[in-house]
Ligand binder design. Structure first.
Ligand SMILES: *Cc1c(COP(=O)(O)O)cnc(C)c1O
Length: 234
């Protein structure tokens, strides 16, 4: 059995240690507890143990969970690819969307936000640096156009960048991806692209969040190290 409270505390303390090692303030790093595939009682346990941001990758799965747990019981982050036909639901359900990866999706989200009377929606752009045909994410060459659109949005707040690098057994192998994303973030920040000034970096998962923090992550998305292995892959 996984002891969520203990695992959560262990992850939090590893986050704090890596931040200090990198000369950073641990308070600058947010932890998204990735609860995808886990059932409601497990999420409630995590919330009781202090997890205040939960990450889900499927709109429908999140909808069922949020209906039971409550929209305000935690901050809900969508971390998975968003299909355009789920955009309205996503706007209704989530506090932050990490997976904006095309101009069309951003345009649709902005239009829906206005229709739904939603004040602001915090979004991250999912950047694809590996150019893997099977993965989602926007190529760097298409980023300026999307950033320019986001800057003019009434509802969407462009708060940062997200990356999901290819999986390597050795976490060090992901370091160049994290570093490159930070450089891109810095360039965008210089151009005044981000609503929050500096721009957040959503990067690092269970096996590589420490490397990500050394490279500047401000949001880490951790599932397995908190909840144990997922019983089925979705
Ligand atoms: C599942 C998932 C995570 C968490 O992965 P773990 O290896 O279980 O920590 C993080 N980010 C995204 C986008 C995911 O889909």
């Amino acid at each position: 059995m996984t002891d969520i409270k203990q695992d959560l505390a262990a992850v939090r303390s590893r986050i704090d240690d890596s931040a200090r090692r990198a000369g950073r303030d641990p308070a600058d790093i947010k932890l998204v507890a990735v609860s995808k595939t886990h059932p409601v009682p497990v999420l409630l346990e995590a919330i009781a143990a202090g997890a205040n941001i939960l990450g889900e990758n499927k709109v429908q799965e999140a909808e069922a969970k949020i209906a039971e747990i409550g929209r305000d019981a935690a901050r809900w982050h969508l971390i998975g690819h968003l299909q355009s036909n789920k955009a309205r639901k996503a706007v209704q359900l989530f506090d932050v969307i990490h997976s904006v990866d095309s101009l069309e999706l951003a345009e649709r989200l902005e239009r829906i936000c206005i229709e739904e009377g939603r004040g602001e929606l915090s979004v991250f752009v999912h950047v694809d640096l590996a150019r893997e045909a099977t993965k989602s994410g926007i190529g760097v060459e298409d980023l300026p156009e999307l950033a320019a659109f986001l800057r003019g949005c009434k509802c969407l707040r462009f708060d940062g960048l997200m990356i999901l690098p290819p999986f390597f057994d050795d976490p060090e192998a992901t370091r160049p991806y994290f570093r490159r994303l930070r450089e891109i973030r810095d360039e965008l920040a210089q151009q005044g692209s981000f609503a929050n000034g500096r721009g957040e970096l959503s990067m690092g998962m269970s096996h590589d969040f420490e490397v990500a923090i050394e490279e500047g992550a401000t949001v880490v998305r951790v599932g397995t190290a908190i909840f144990g292995e997922r019983e089925y892959q979705r």
